[in-house]
Design a protein around this ligand. Structure first.
Ligand code: SF4
Length: 437
């Protein structure tokens, strides 16, 4: 027997390992087309196609419980149970696309991330600089064959989840125009519901005050919406009206317990106003807060918007987010803030959730303008709904109206615990829509 034949036989098991390692030890894949939310979905559904999970340092990982998906602030999955190198661990899992996202989000200094037992990323390199040594790192590109395979696995699992492909998917593959009509109609429905809520509140209070409370609440970083709401109620618009925007800022900051005595000029402005701080302290949550979300910056942005409100109410919808961001800058230089006070995405949210209902309620917004509603960042519910309806991420709506429609379908159908796909009306070709509305 030729030595080649002889050695090939005995070397074959090792050559298989080399082949397998060539598959898993690839460079960061340029073909990764997902984002953090897709990775979260992969983790939640454990869409690993039977691949053995191994940390970047070679330690095997077994997932006993992936944990509870957390859609609020803090770690992405809570109360996971993992077997890492044979050791049972319970705690939270954080997921990012790149290891360095951990550094960028400054999780190490955030107590909310103290209980992390696994950092999951798609890419393996470059490693995070600040990830504590005790936190193991799992890089999915090292254990999964390709992103395309992962997407296919996700779709298969979604199908299994409901026992079969979603009825709506079968239907809309045949009727794409009906799908668009329904999504657009759902978008309109959502805006209408927001306007009804606004009108209801305005019946109980002054319309301008309702807008002001809404603005303050929308400005609050999620965990600070309550103190912002309280502040707007305790210091109503009427009380602020006689003052300049800078004095308004000083008053609100002082009453909210956010102003320091060494901020002399602002402190004096507050003192001259004669308004007293609340006896009940405000509870602001600074945990994991990014600098641009600091309540003082949000407050300053808010007062800029209020100052320019008459002009903003006349601004065409398509130009409104830009105009809101610009208006928010009113006090920025004077207060010494270096970065924009209201970014593009926040301005789009304020437009959709506040200006649109307010202007619809006032009757000053032609509904024809709603077709140019600004788009927001694609969120998990939008993506999830679109994938259910169409079977892929292709063609995810980039306009605000259809995005609102997806959110509505998610809330009313796909995420409705009382509705089964089997009985979902969207899966049947009986939608009564006959026009583009
Ligand atoms: S609930 Fe309805 S719209 Fe959502 S996936 Fe099921 S069939 Fe489709």
């Amino acid at each position: 027997m030729d030595f080649r034949d002889a050695l090939s036989d005995v070397a074959a098991p090792y050559q298989e390992l080399l082949k397998a390692s060539a598959q898993v030890c690839q460079e960061p894949s340029a073909s990764f087309g997902g984002d953090e939310q897709v990775l979260q979905l992969i983790w939640q559904m454990q869409a690993f196609e039977g691949a053995a999970l191994v940390l970047v340092d070679g330690t095997p990982v077994e997932v006993i419980e992936p944990g509870r998906w957390n859609h609020a602030d803090g770690p992405d999955f809570c109360d996971a149970v993992l077997l890492i190198g044979g050791e049972l661990r319970r705690g939270n899992v954080e997921i990012h696309v790149r290891p360095a996202d951990w550094d960028q989000h400054q999780h190490t200094n955030d107590p909310a991330y103290g209980g992390i037992i696994l950092h999951v990323t798609w890419f393996a390199n470059p490693p995070a600089k600040t990830l504590p040594k005790r936190v193991p790192h799992l890089a999915l590109e090292r254990v999964l064959s390709s992103y395309a395979d992962v997407q296919a696995a996700l779709q298969r699992l979604e199908g299994q989840h409901t026992g079969r492909a979603h009825p709506c998917l079968n239907r809309f593959q045949q009727e794409p125009l009906a799908l668009d009509r329904i999504v657009v109609a759902a978008g309109y429905h959502r805006l209408l519901a927001k306007t009804y809520r606004f009108v209801e509140q305005a019946e109980a209070a002054n319309t301008a005050q309702v807008f002001y409370e809404g603005l303050m609440t929308t400005m609050g970083y999620r965990r600070n919406t309550e103190p912002f709401k309280r502040l707007a109620k305790e210091v109503p618009l009427k009380v602020l009206e006689p003052f300049s925007s800078k004095t308004r800022f000083a008053v609100l900051a002082r009453i909210a317990g956010l102003l320091k005595e060494d901020q002399r000029e602002l402190w004096d402005l507050w003192w001259e106003s004669g308004l007293q701080p609340s006896l009940q302290p405000y509870h602001w949550d600074f945990t994991g807060l990014r600098p641009q979300n600091h309540p003082l910056k949000r407050l300053a942005g808010c007062l800029g918007v209020l100052h320019h409100l008459p002009t903003l109410l006349e601004t065409p919808l398509a130009d409104l987010p830009k105009a809101i961001s610009k208006a928010a800058e009113l006090l920025r230089t004077e207060l010494g803030y270096k970065t924009a006070l209201i970014g593009k995405q926040r301005a789009a949210t304020v437009t959709t959730n506040l200006f649109v209902p307010y202007r619809l309620a006032l009757g000053t917004l032609p509904t024809s303008q709603l077709s140019v509603l600004p788009s927001e960042d694609i969120s998990m519910p939008m993506r999830d709904t679109w994938m259910r309806l169409t079977g892929s991420e292709d063609g995810l709506p980039t306009d605000g109206l259809r995005q609102q429609g997806l959110l509505q379908i998610y809330a009313d159908f796909c995420h409705n615990p009382n509705l089964m796909c089997e009985t979902c009306p969207l899966g049947r070709g009986s939608e009564p829509l006959t026009s583009e509305s």
